[in-house]
Ligand binder design. Structure first.
Ligand code: FHN
Length: 598
């Protein structure tokens, strides 16, 4: 979840920025919104891609640092504070004799993925392509002596997937890149960063002229002080000058001229403002580059629900694979992608080419996507009574069917009396991950926003969950241990607000399920009912994924009916507040006369 380096976290704070190509012309190229829409149409429709982090770091395949903490496999040089000469030895051991481009691309295609973004060069500076300006390459420095990018570009063309490159601006190997790693003997006294930019552009020219059409140039590693928005704008223009149709992500440097946002390891609560394009990139386990010590694989259910959730908010899902040093996908990778592919085979029409749900929070456990005059309801879990209620829909569907079988689904006016609410009966054909109901309309469905509220469980508890929160700021929902939590809480401006509906005015005790490592503990937070609040200091739970439950001192007083409960940080002692899995309001035994609300 929360990548162990604050560096990644700083990316989170930057990710939503960048150009908005839906209003004015691109400030760098002058491209109009219509031209931008045409260039990015395939990306908007694709919704699902494969990220591949592959390099010589797959030889040690070790994501731990010198203290044994788990990080990311591709950060081996930093995790181990390796000298360049020691790390270079892995190039001589990189011999992926089982690499099979056709199998890799077929696996992506069968999973329902429409594009592949692969690391041409990661921060370690090792080139996984054939370069005339470097000897530190897969062709010149390994016993394999082969350029896998040629094979993958050809296979993507043959199988109809877009071929895209990841390229790191930061380079821990190249002599002219600065800043140098602090443990290096050479601190770059003779480095010439302008010469490095010339080298960077020379390699980008090779990538953009030797491998055919490149769908996306996925930049990364733009956060160090030698890079800036002016350099980013220059690089954006340079890439587009070589391949005008290539899409460039915001990590070229989050300037005023990039094409889309890249939230990482998290799914924004809502889509980006102004219809800005965005793509969540995420690992299958906890590391991008293969690490034999990382077995924290996400379940297929989480992955399928993530794909649906992202599509329902108008984004793309870039799901990462870390191939081994032999050039193979791990068995867990194959298992997850095959399961996702089976679901997509049934229901991809509810994902590809769709736009975000027109609804606010739904009253059932599921999501919605839209395609013209159709709405698709992806139902994760059917209630005991076998029906869901869709509120806020003023237009009656002309037809409803289960998408994979065509079975007619019964839709009737909800008995709640709400003219915009419809009861939808569970079909016979149910999918274990998510069943999709297609609603057809003779004209564009009219939708009104319905505010949903958290209502009490049978025992009177009010359970405030991450997915029900209205999040403001950089905080976002991610998955840990198979359950959602709010993470990336990096600012005093961040806020989580729940709308709750209490049956009567009353006092509630407050219980918080949270996680925080010792290095980040000590911040203070408050939970407010609008007039009073309870405060606490975050204590150490051992790790970002090690959750514990604390009951806070004090009580909240809720009025009968709807009201707001707000979580905010009072102080941030280090970089982040905590991860929050759940806040539970328990009715206190003593009930005070409370305020009433509408
Ligand atoms: O530092 C990299 C990391 O290794 C990985 O490549 C991710 C993928 O988005 N990007 C950076 C961390 O934000």
């Amino acid at each position: 979840m929360f990548v162990q380096s604050l560096v990644a976290a700083s990316l989170m704070l930057l990710a939503p920025k960048g150009a908005v190509q839906t209003s004015g012309n691109n400030p760098i190229t002058g491209e109009s919104p219509a031209e931008f829409a045409k260039r990015t149409e395939w990306f908007r429709n694709a919704k699902f891609g494969m990220f591949i982090h592959w390099g010589i770091y797959s030889v040690p395949a070790d994501s731990t640092d010198l203290k044994g903490n788990k990080g990311a496999g591709e950060w081996y040089m930093t995790n181990k504070q390796a000298q360049i000469a020691d790390y270079e030895k892995f190039a001589g051991q990189f011999n992926p004799v089982n690499f099979d481009a056709r199998k890799w691309v077929s696996t992506a295609k069968s999973a329902g993925m429409k594009y592949i973004v692969i690391t041409s060069k990661h921060h370690d500076g090792f080139d996984m392509f054939d370069s005339a300006v470097s000897d530190y390459t897969v062709v010149k420095s390994t016993p394999w002596k082969h350029d896998p990018m040629k094979d993958l570009a050809a296979e993507c063309k043959r199988q109809g997937l877009k071929f895209c490159f990841y390229h790191s601006i930061m380079d821990w190997h190249q002599k002219d890149y600065v800043p140098k790693r602090s443990w290096y003997a050479d601190q770059g006294a003779n480095a010439d960063f302008e010469r490095y930019v010339t080298y960077l552009k020379a390699q980008l020219k090779e990538l953009l002229t030797q491998y055919g059409p490149i769908g996306i140039l996925w930049f990364d590693g733009q956060w160090e002080n030698t890079w800036n928005q002016a350099r980013g704008a220059d690089l954006y223009k340079y890439v587009r000058s070589l391949q005008p149709n290539t899409i460039v992500n915001n990590r070229v440097d989050d300037g005023n001229g990039d094409d889309y946002g890249t939230p990482e390891q998290e799914i924004p609560t809502k889509g980006f403002a102004d219809n800005r394009l965005w793509e969540t990139c995420m690992t299958l386990n906890d590391t991008w580059g293969y690490a034999k010590n990382d077995d924290n694989w996400k379940t297929s259910e989480i992955l399928i629900h993530n794909l649906i959730d992202i599509a329902s908010k108008g984004g793309n899902y870039l799901l990462n694979v870390g191939p081994t040093n032999l050039g193979e996908f791990t068995p867990e990778t194959m298992d997850r992608l095959q399961t996702m592919g089976a679901w997509m085979k049934k229901y991809s029409a509810s994902i590809y080419g769709t736009t975000a749900s027109p609804f606010g929070k739904l009253s059932f456990d599921g999501r919605c996507t839209r395609k013209g005059n159709k709405l698709f309801l992806q139902v994760f879990k059917w209630p005991e009574d076998g029906r869901i209620v869709l509120g806020g829909l003023k237009t009656e569907p002309s037809r409803a069917k289960e998408l994979s079988t065509g079975e007619t689904v019964v839709v009737s006016k909800s008995t709640s009396g709400d003219q915009a609410a419809w009861a939808i009966q569970k079909p016979n054909a149910i999918d274990p991950y998510a069943t999709v109901v297609e609603l057809d309309f003779r004209s564009a469905p009219e939708v009104v926003q319905v505010e949903t509220a958290v209502t009490p469980a049978a025992n009177g508890d009010l359970g405030l969950m991450p997915g029900d929160a209205d999040l403001v700021g950089g905080a976002g929902v991610e998955t840990r241990g198979g359950q959602p939590n709010i993470g990336f809480w990096m600012s005093l401006e961040d806020k989580a607000t729940w709308t709750v509906k209490a049956p009567a005015a009353g006092a509630y005790t407050v219980e918080v399920e949270y996680a925080c490592p010792a290095t980040e503990a000590g911040s203070e937070f408050a939970i407010s009912d609008g007039s009073e609040s309870v405060h606490a200091t975050v204590s150490d739970t051992g790790d970002w994924g090690n959750f514990k439950v604390d009951t806070l001192a004090g009580k909240l007083n809720l009025p009968s009916g709807k009201s707001k409960v707000v979580l905010s940080a009072v102080t941030l002692k280090h970089g982040a507040l905590m991860n929050i899995r759940r806040i539970t309001l328990h009715p206190a035994s003593t009930v005070r006369s409370g305020r009433s609300s509408s």
